[in-house]
Write a protein that binds this ligand. Structure first.
Ligand SMILES: Cc1ncc(COP(=O)(O)O)c(C=O)c1O
Length: 403
């Protein structure tokens, strides 16, 4: 958290007075403070920037330019990756497997033109390898691939599994078997390993009002981090016996300091921490400064203690619990109505400030997640100091909706 930054309703209203609500904005001073804090937590290792958590080309460029330790992008679909490559972005690692044969064909062409600089794609099974090979002509250059290692934590002999359900490759033996399968295929080149510990990086260990749950999360995360450090090191060592690995990627905004200390990890990933959305408010290891928000106009006063804003139902993906709702931010003290939440066209707001709000006033919210905000707005107003310094399109504003 940057204590020197004035994040009052009055300040943002003064800066953004001329912008018609609804609008979205990014506070560059807050984003800069978050970037610096993440670099510090990464303890000297480079950070690959997760494009899904920014979804704005101009801001991706700005972050990459801001420090040489922000290096390369972690992308989320192959069409997105190819589009970014066309725009001049380099060092792209696609973090999720693809079944898009058309896009794989295009990737194959890129790999011919620039074998060492073409995007790296994610695989976790033989079918992924088959799909890539099926689009390659006889003389094609090798396509670089990355094995996704399951980073989830298994307890009670595998009867309890904690973590995202992604890759089936969990053990050293499974990882070596897939690496050998890749090595047998001359048109594929194993360049990287990735293991994302979502149960640590993406789960706040200080959930508000739930002390026991917080203690249980911290206990699980300590054990999971220790188990993963050992398993990841063993997998990397075993695969390095077979081939050179350019990249061993791990971590996310919520785990930078824990993943950074693992020797075999060559780089970390972070994205959400730049915008610092509401789900990242509840970690004991770090605190970030809210850097992205959206403003809605008050359009109704249905009762004395209620102010109703236009729109606002921008729910975040995931488990579907209340933490996925947007968080009323400014003026402080506003709350969603539990009976209505955030609505498709209208969001009633309760709490003491609602009484003072009039029609035409604007209220500010934060999204629960980071990049998904950009799927709701064409433009981001960039605020720095006391002014709007730029207005830039989101992916959506460029007519690009990848997911
Ligand atoms: C593979 C992978 N790495 C890293 C991250 C971390 O991203 P962020 O820093 O935006 O939480 C994610 C997020 O889901 C991910 O899927």
């Amino acid at each position: 958290m940057d204590p020197g930054l004035d994040q009052s309703h009055a300040r943002y209203e003064a800066i953004l007075a001329e912008v018609e609500a609804p609008f979205a904005f990014v506070d560059l001073d807050a984003m800069g403070a978050n970037a610096a804090a993440m670099l510090e937590r990464a303890a000297g290792k480079p950070i690959r920037v997760a494009s899904k958590s920014l979804r704005c080309r101009a801001l991706l460029e700005r972050v990459l330019r801001s420090d040489e330790r922000f290096r390369g992008l972690m992308t989320f679909t192959l069409p997105e990756t190819l589009w970014l490559a066309e725009q001049g972005f380099e060092d792209l690692l696609l973090a999720y497997p693809t079944a898009d044969r058309g896009a794989l064909g295009e990737l194959a062409l890129r790999s011919v033109a620039n074998p060492a600089g073409a995007p790296i794609v994610m695989v976790d099974c033989g079918e992924h390898l088959d799909a890539i090979e099926s689009v390659l002509g006889a003389g094609a250059a090798p396509v670089r691939v990355c094995i996704d290692i399951d980073a989830s934590w298994w307890a009670l002999g595998g009867r309890i599994k904690v973590g995202p359900k992604r890759s089936p490759v969990h053990t050293v033996k499974q990882a070596v078997a897939l690496a050998q399968e890749i090595e047998r295929r001359p048109q594929l080149d194993l360049a990287a390993l990735m293991a994302y510990e979502g149960q640590i990086a993406g789960v706040g260990d200080r959930p508000p009002g739930r002390r026991l749950r917080g203690a249980a999360i911290r206990w699980m995360q300590r054990r999971s981090a220790a188990e993963l450090a050992e398993r990841r090191a063993a997998i990397v060592a075993a695969i390095r016996e077979l081939t050179e690995l350019e990249i061993v990627n791990g971590g996310g905004t919520g785990s930078l300091e824990l993943t950074a200390v693992e020797g075999p990890v060559t780089e970390l990933t972070a994205g959400s921490g730049f915008y610092a959305p509401a789900l990242f408010d509840h970690y004991s290891r770090f605190s970030l400064t809210p850097a992205a928000g959206f403003a809605l106009p008050v359009v109704r006063k249905p009762a004395p203690g209620v102010a109703t804003a236009l729109g606002g139902g921008y729910l975040a993906s995931g488990s579907g619990d209340a933490g996925r709702l947007p968080a009323p931010w400014l003026p402080p003290g506003l709350k969603l109505d539990p009976a209505e939440g955030a609505g498709e066209v209208q969001t009633p707001l309760l709490g003491p400030p609602a009484t003072r709000l009039s029609i035409g006033d604007r209220v500010y919210f934060r999204h629960a997640k980071a990049g998904e905000l950009c799927e709701r707005f064409d433009l981001l107003h960039l605020v720095e100091g006391d002014e709007i310094v730029d207005i830039v399109p989101t992916y959506r504003g460029e007519g690009r909706a990848f997911l």
